[in-house]
Structures are given as structure tokens and as C-alpha cells.
Design a binder for this molecule. Structure first.
Ligand code: PGA
Length: 234
């Protein structure tokens, strides 16, 4: 079965570097997986032109829940749809942490994305102290309860990203991933469920082979074409 490989470029790359990376991804994509690139907003249009006609899709890293209005610095789901995005990440732990995004707000953003014809990639995952206290399942089920309230789950992608594994080089073990993916899949049925957190060119294979792992959300390793092209050819 094909897997979803999502590349979250975060706030990285110059315009030239973004163009080069997008072109290299197009060239290096010989596999049958579904690749989605999430460049910074300012590169969306450029990347869209580069991936045109390929099997690669485009997404944005966040959106506002309103379609328009006095929200300086924000971008709406309807604007993203209008310029050719098919996806938008909502609820990434960096937005939860740095912008105080709550589960209620993430739910509104996901609804706006769906209303505007985008597929929201909704991120959930526990923090280190929550895992150490054995509360990871409780936290994640609460995030699911609120972020997915009144949402048609056939229109979303979910990503389990333990916060302690993001950008730290500390991947969750296969047993930890397996346990959480089985748990989440029992709560939310028939939803593509990605794993994210320090996925690289060395561990991707083992993670993709875990039951209930339908794909990967990759940060750091998606910025280096040698690493990323290995992963997408899974
Ligand atoms: P990472 O980021 O692969 O650099 O850990 C993953 C993410 O934040 O989605």
C-alpha cells in the first residue's frame, strides 16, 4: 500500500534553496507514495509551479479559521485553496507551544480547512513530562476528543508526533509508536495516521513497517535531498 510522506520545511530555506529542493524532489520521486510538501507560505506559489504535473502535492503549515478579516499576519484556508494547496497542517506542537494554540482553536482551523476543500493534517502528541507521568494515552485521547469534535474524519489526516521526539534526534521506539498507533486507530477509525518526530534516512523503513503507520511527517530530514529521496523511494 502506498504511504503518505509529508515534508514540513518549517521556517527554513532561502527562495533559491526552496526552488532547488522542490525540483530535486520532483526528479527524485520515482516511487508510488503520496508526497506532500509543506513549504513556508512565501514559497507556496513557486513550489506549486515547480511540482505542476508531478505526483507531488502542496500544503501550508498553518491557517486562520476565518476566511478573511482584520487578522494581520495570518492566512486563511480559502486563500490557500485559491492558490492551489490541497492540504494544511493544523495543531503542530510548535504552534501549540509558541502561539498558544489550543485544541478548541485547532478544531476551528480544521473545520475551516474542510469547508474550504483542504485536507487538514491534524497533529497530536504528548509532551515529555506527560509521557514520564504515564499520561500519554489520556492526553492524546483528550486532544482527539476536542480537535476532532464534529469533524468528518474521512476528510482528514492525523499525525501522531510525540513532542519530545520532534527535532531532538530522539525517535520513539517501534514499541512506543506501535502502542500509540494502535491506540489512536482504535479511537479514530479509517483515518490515515502518520508518525512524526526525528524520522530520518536510517529509521524510516522500520517505522513505515509498523502496523497502523500510514506515513510520515518529516521535518529536518526533508530539507536534505539525499536523505529525503531515500525515504520517498520506500
Ligand atoms: P523532525 O520534525 O522530523 O525535525 O523531528 C517533525 C515535525 O515537526 O513535523
Amino acid at each position: 500500500m502506498s504511504k503518505i510522506i509529508a515534508a514540513n520545511w518549517k521556517m527554513n530555506l532561502s527562495l533559491n534553496e526552496a526552488e532547488k529542493l522542490a525540483s530535486e524532489v520532483v526528479k527524485g520521486n520515482s516511487g508510488s507514495n503520496d508526497i506532500i510538501l509543506f513549504p513556508p507560505y512565501v514559497y507556496l506559489w513557486t513550489v506549486k509551479e515547480i511540482i505542476k504535473g508531478s505526483r507531488i502535492s502542496l500544503g501550508a503549515q498553518n491557517c486562520h479559521f476565518e476566511n478573511s478579516g482584520a487578522f494581520t499576519g495570518n492566512v486563511s484556508a480559502s486563500m490557500l485553496k485559491g492558490i492551489g494547496c490541497g492540504y494544511v497542517i493544523v495543531g503542530h506542537s510548535e504552534c501549540r507551544q509558541h502561539h498558544n494554540e489550543s485544541d478548541e482553536l485547532i478544531n476551528k482551523k480544521a473545520k475551516s480547512a474542510i469547508t474550504n476543500g483542504l485536507i487538514p493534517l491534524i497533529c497530536i502528541g504528548e509532551k515529555l513530562e506527560e509521557r514520564e507521568q504515564g499520561k500519554h494515552k489520556e492526553i492524546v485521547s483528550e486532544q482527539i476528543r476536542i480537535t476532532l469534535a464534529d469533524i468528518d474524519v474521512s476528510k482528514i489526516i492525523l499525525a501522531y508526533e510525540p513532542v519530545w521526539a520532534i527535532g531532538t534526534g530522539k525517535t520513539a521506539t517501534s514499541a512506543e509508536i506501535s502502542e500509540m498507533h494502535e491506540f489512536i486507530s482504535s479511537l479514530v477509525k479509517k483515518v490515515p495516521l502518520l508518525y512524526g518526530g526525528s524520522v530520518n534516512e536510517k529509521n524510516y523503513h522500520e517505522i513505515l513497517d509498523i502496523p497502523n503507520v500510514d506515513g510520515l511527517l518529516i521535518g529536518g530530514a526533508s530539507l536534505q535531498i539525499e536523505k529525503f529521496s531515500k525515504i520517498i523511494s520506500y
